[in-house]
Each structure stands twice: as structure tokens, then as C-alpha cells.
Ligand binder design. Structure first.
Ligand code: PLP
Length: 409
């Protein structure tokens, strides 16, 4: 065995232990796509999906992808520099217009879009200022920039969702240019950014902002354009990064900004230049969902909100702690790893999938089940989940204040 095998074996101790105890919850293979699927031959309703408008499996979306396979197949065999199609360009133009930006460029994933954007904008004259609960793509873009010779921006964190803390960072920054990064809705806690306050703080110091609106796209604002639409802040946050991997039914990253910024990123983002082009069947799926949003976005978003209001009301009535959530993302706080794992297993036995999020994904004491309500869930799905949650919530002491005895070492 080489040292890499030894290292891997040693560092997988926790995973092995969870598998031995039959509580390992991840990588369970679904046997079909969509919110209603099966695992191991048994039906399951997925409540941890980010298919927020339930459009991923819409027949029109599948038809569009199939037609694109005939014309372009599944791969373009190169990066966008030499593998751009009319489908990419058309969708970029439509997205820019729909979101209300001058320009748009599509990356192969949202993660790459954020990493590439940060890397191409931040240099030694920059202080990057980020929320301390930022998604991995913001952290990784930042750390990559910080570790790259000749770039090495200063890095500052502000307290989660605190405009006061952001102001402090802006006041004490050591480089000429500040760039503020935050998210529209935080994916683990389901809480919205206090965006108006953050924008006001950034504007006082003349600092541009990048908003990662992966979870706000299709869910916030009357027409689903995201957090800027909801708070009428168009034009005040110069760059938005989003994704096709949630509302848009596929995979892919969206960068929105001024023509110059987008053009600059297209020529300097290594995660764009040195990775293959987004496959056209995926572009076609997203283009079809964009048409649905253009035509009936308000009704789709309203339906999602009605469903999530129902679920939130019932969960709170039963007595669940939903942490900081004020959106369709409603973590069921278990605050104990064993409670979260046992709840997950019991729910899955009953045909409901809610993935447990445990340390180090969240701090110890903040373990939870990931519960996302989507427009694709039916009232029956939600009632079934609520019944199971309520029974097992009692059984495993998630409801009430009972703390489990610590395990003996
Ligand atoms: C807040 C946030 N930003 C970015 C991403 C990355 O998006 P993608 O799945 O397109 O890489 C995610 C996905 O998990 C996310 O939750």
C-alpha cells in the first residue's frame, strides 16, 4: 500500500463506522429522475431535491433535450472557446434580458462560474469580503485567488447576514478595491440575505457586490428572477451568479453582469477556458424552462410559495425547530447527529427522503434534515412526510428538549 492508500483508509474511519452500523446516509442510488423515484426498488419522495419548480421532468423539457441530442449529441469535445453553438449564444442573450443584465455567459457548472469569476476579478489590489457562511464555490474561488502568485487578494469575512459587520470590514480593508460576496438564500439554513441593508453598506464604500442566487432563482421575486427582483434592487448589485442545477432542470452556471465584466471573465476565467462546453441537450432543457418562466413564472412561483407556506405552518404547529429559515428551504433541526441519522433512516423506510446534514457540513449541535419544499410536491407527499416526521420526531426526541446520553467512548 502506498501512503495515499494508507491516508485514505485512515481518514475514512468515520465513514466505515457509519456503514458498519448501517446508518451511512449518502450516495444512495435513485432508479429514475424526478421528485418521485425509487431506491432499492422501493418508491421514495425526495424532499432534499433542489428541483424547486418541479420542472426537471416536464415532458416539454425532455422533448427539447431529445431533439438537441439529434442535432448536437451529448458532447462538444472542447471548451467554449472553440465549442460554442447557436444554442449557447441564444440562451445567453435570453437570460441576460430576462434577468435584466447587459450580458450573460454560461459555464459548465455554477461552482465553476463562481470560482472563475472570483479568480478573474480579484488581484493584489483587491479585498474580498465574504459572508462567513458562504458556499464552497465562494470559499474555493477566494482561497484559489489568495494562493495564486501575482493575485493574492486580501480576504475578510463578515458575520453571517450582518450589515454592521460588513461595514466594519469595508472600513478596515487594506487594499484599494473591495469586492463583496454573499448569497440570496443560504442553502443549509434557508435564510435570505438582508440584501437591502447589505447593498446600502456596500454602496456607502463604493464596493461592487457579487450575489450567488442559486437558491433564489425561480423561487424569489414575482416572476422568479431572484432576490434582486423581490427587493427591487435591479442595477444595484452588478454581478449575479446562478445555476441550472436547481430551478433550471439540469446543470450549468450562469454569470450575469455588464458586457465588459462578462467579456473579461470569458477571456480570463480558467474554469471556463479549460473545461468542456455545456452540452446542448442541457442548454435546450434550460431554454425550455426559461420559456415557461417567461410565460407563466408568476403562477409557478406562487404555487411554490403556497406549498411552502402550508408545510412551514404544519411543521411549526407540530413543534419542529426550523432554525433561521424563512424560505422554501426548511431544515428540520435535530441538533444531534444520532437523532438526524435515525430520523433519516426511519423516514426512508416510510418512503420519504430527507438527507441528514451533520458535522463537518454544519457545526456540532446544528445537525439537521434537509427539507426543501418544491412546486412538484403534492399535498399527499407533504402530508405523508408530516405524518412520518411527527411520529419519528416524538420517537427520537427531536420534538421536545430531551438530550440523548453521550455515547461511551
Ligand atoms: C449557493 C450555491 N452556489 C453555487 C452552487 C453550485 O452550483 P452547481 O451545482 O451548478 O455547481 C450551489 C450548489 O450546490 C449552491 O448551493
Amino acid at each position: 500500500m502506498s501512503w495515499i492508500d494508507e491516508k485514505a483508509y485512515a481518514e475514512l474511519a468515520r465513514v466505515r463506522e457509519a456503514r458498519e452500523k448501517q446508518v451511512y446516509p449518502y450516495f444512495k442510488p435513485f432508479e429514475s429522475g424526478g421528485l418521485h423515484s425509487s431506491i432499492g426498488g422501493r418508491p421514495v419522495v425526495n424532499f432534499s431535491s433542489n428541483d424547486y419548480l418541479g420542472l426537471t421532468t416536464h415532458p416539454k423539457v425532455k422533448e427539447a433535450s431529445k431533439a438537441a441530442v439529434d442535432l448536437f449529441s451529448c458532447g462538444l469535445s472542447s471548451s467554449r472557446v472553440q465549442a460554442t453553438t447557436t444554442a449557447h449564444v441564444e440562451l445567453e442573450e435570453r437570460l441576460a434580458e430576462w434577468f435584466g443584465f447587459e450580458a450573460c455567459v454560461l459555464f459548465t457548472t455554477g461552482y465553476q462560474a463562481m470560482v472563475g469569476t472570483i479568480m478573474s476579478l480579484a488581484d493584489k489590489d483587491t479585498t474580498l469580503i465574504l459572508d462567513n457562511l458562504s458556499h464552497a464555490c465562494i470559499l474555493d474561488g477566494t482561497f484559489l485567488a489568495a494562493g495564486t502568485p501575482m493575485r493574492q487578494p486580501e480576504v475578510r469575512f463578515f458575520n453571517h447576514n450582518s450589515a454592521r459587520s460588513l461595514r466594519r470590514c469595508l472600513r478596515t480593508k487594506q487594499r484599494k478595491n473591495a469586492l463583496v460576496l454573499f448569497e440570496g438564500i443560504y442553502s443549509l439554513d434557508g435564510d435570505e440575505a438582508p440584501i437591502t441593508e447589505l447593498v446600502e453598506a456596500a454602496e456607502e464604500f463604493g464596493a461592487p457586490m457579487i450575489c450567488d442566487d442559486a437558491h433564489g432563482t425561480g423561487t424569489l421575486g414575482k416572476g422568479g428572477r431572484g432576490i434582486l427582483e423581490k427587493y427591487d434592487l435591479g442595477g444595484r448589485v452588478p454581478v449575479v451568479v446562478s445555476t441550472f442545477s436547481k430551478t433550471f432542470g439540469g446543470i450549468g452556471g450562469i454569470l450575469l453582469g455588464s458586457s465588459d465584466v462578462v467579456e473579461h471573465v470569458k477571456h480570463y476565467a480558467r474554469s471556463f477556458l479549460f473545461s468542456a462546453s455545456l452540452p446542448v441537450p442541457v442548454v435546450a432543457a434550460a431554454a425550455t424552462i426559461l420559456t415557461m418562466l417567461e410565460e407563466e413564472g408568476e403562477a409557478l412561483v406562487q404555487e411554490l410559495h403556497e406549498k411552502s407556506d402550508y408545510m412551514r405552518g404544519r411543521l411549526l404547529e407540530i413543534g419542529f425547530d426550523l432554525g433561521k429559515s424563512n424560505s422554501h428551504i426548511m431544515p428540520v433541526m435535530c441538533r444531534d447527529e444520532r437523532k438526524a441519522l435515525f430520523m433519516h433512516i426511519a423516514l426512508l423506510e416510510g418512503g420519504v427522503m430527507m438527507v441528514p446534514i451533520t458535522y463537518p457540513g454544519v457545526k456540532k449541535g446544528e445537525e439537521r434534515l434537509r427539507l426543501n419544499v418544491t412546486r412538484g410536491h403534492t399535498r399527499e407527499d407533504m402530508d405523508k412526510a408530516l405524518d412520518l416526521l411527527s411520529s419519528y420526531g416524538e420517537a427520537f426526541f427531536v420534538l421536545g428538549d430531551v438530550e440523548l446520553e453521550p455515547l461511551e467512548e
